[in-house]
Design a protein around this ligand. Structure first.
Ligand code: PLP
Length: 406
């Protein structure tokens, strides 16, 4: 029944066929079957090695299988993994304090996947709107942006502007209005007395590394203050060093009312997310209002503590700024008719092509570099922040070669 004895003799093709036969087809992965990874490199079942230029959508900013995070995981797994929050554990308080020390936010609420933290922030914002701002019950409005990506639950895809993400999944939750990302006037016009929050990515990752005009986020923050609206920044992908700052909102000198973290919060070992905010906002939750069986479990918290420590100890944020500026400068010199635009912030770079990006990602895979297209025409590069200059250079050479040959 279970293939255990000959597992090691299965080829990449065998694994692909098993997955396609027995799994739902909600992804279109590159056909590389990874069975091992270390730092910036991953290895397939045939032993070929690839430089990872995606970092699991920025979840492995610290590099694959980081030894310090691994150690924390294994040590904690031998002690206690799950208590539920019916009881307390000795890791959650330490993670909360360390998140506070690192970011300055007074409070945090831990969850697991990114989208759960987004849902948590939306619930907090609505309840804050009703109980603090005084919006009538059931009337709170939340503004979201065009081309947003905040995850895949029904309420979140309901305010996506990507038709595929929502097609067939309706009906959707009311209470969300869309504003044009990067256009402050559109935000201004959408505000009503019932607006409780705006949910925004400081840089849109899935949309193709879209950086709004300089001053935009600052202007958003000012309008929020003026109208008593919560600024919720989804920093699940842009945060924790990816853009060369701890939080991408720092580039604009903005301290959002609510920050959502995920992905690299665990260095890729485990789903860990968190909502950071003030006592006024997170204080709307009373016992029983909200929860999660696994949220704040000691294994997750031990892993997250180690992941944050690596980020700081190895100076990965400054590294992202420095290597990112270098890589962007180098790629921008690449003049080719197929390249429409090259954008980047920190070690997060999008190459917008005039044609489809998928064939170039396939060609890069054949040359030993893994990256993924987003929105058909954009190749997104997000190597682990610990990547060496030599490895980065080698990866950039492959990218330049593939683009020049396109
Ligand atoms: C990945 C991502 C999410 C969703 O996180 P999951 O862990 O996949 O639920 C939400 N927002 C942003 C900006 C993301 O990049």
């Amino acid at each position: 029944m279970f293939a255990t004895s000959n597992e090691t003799s299965l080829s990449s093709q065998d694994f692909i066929e098993l997955e396609d036969q027995y799994g739902a087809h909600n992804y279109h992965p590159l056909d590389v079957v990874i069975d091992r990874a270390e730092g910036a490199w991953v290895f397939d079942v045939e032993g070929r090695r690839y430089l990872d230029f995606l970092s699991a959508y920025s979840a492995v900013n610290q590099g694959h299988c980081h030894p310090a995070i691994y150690k924390a995981l294994v040590e904690q797994a031998a002690k206690v993994t799950l208590t539920s929050r019916a009881f307390r554990n000795d890791q959650l308080p330490l993670l909360l304090k360390e998140l506070h020390d690192l970011t300055g936010y007074p409070m945090a609420l831990p969850m697991n996947s990114g989208v759960e933290a987004v849902e948590t922030a939306l619930k907090a914002a609505r309840k804050w709107g009703q109980t603090v701002k005084g919006i009538p019950a059931g009337q709170a409005e939340i503004l979201t942006c065009t081309n947003n990506f905040h995850g895949r639950t029904i309420s979140v895809v309901g305010f996506s502007s990507e038709s595929q993400y929502k097609c067939g999944f309706g009906p959707f939750a009311p209470g969300f209005k869309q504003v044009i990302f990067g256009d402050i006037e559109s935000f201004h016009q959408a505000i009503t007395p019932n607006t409780c929050a705006i949910l925004i990515e400081p840089v849109q990752g899935e949309a193709g590394i879209r950086i709004p005009p300089a001053g935009y986020l600052k202007a958003v923050a000012e309008l929020c203050k003026e109208h008593n609206i919560l600024l919720i920044c989804d920093e699940i992908q842009s945060g924790l060093g990816r853009t060369g700052k701890l939080l991408a909102s720092e580039h604009e000198g903005v301290a959002p009312d609510v920050v959502i973290l995920g992905k690299a919060l665990s260095g890729g070992f485990y789903p860990v997310s968190a909502v950071l905010s003030s006592r006024e906002v997170l204080g709307v939750f009373h016992p029983g209002d909200h929860g999660s069986t696994f949220g704040g479990n000691p294994l997750a918290c031990a892993v997250a503590r180690a992941a944050l420590k690596v980020l700081v100890d190895e100076d990965l944020i400054a590294r992202s700024a420095e290597l990112g500026a270098y890589a962007l400068d180098r790629l921008k010199r690449l003049k080719h008719p197929n390249v429409a635009e090259i954008r980047g912030l920190g070690l997060w770079i999008g190459i917008d092509l005039k044609g489809p990006a998928r064939p170039l990602c396939e060609a890069l895979k054949d040359r030993g570099v893994l990256c993924k297209e987003t929105h058909d025409t954009v190749i997104r590069f997000a190597p682990p922040l610990m990547i060496s200059r030599e490895d980065l250079d080698w990866g950039l050479e492959q990218i330049e070669a593939v683009i020049l040959a396109s």
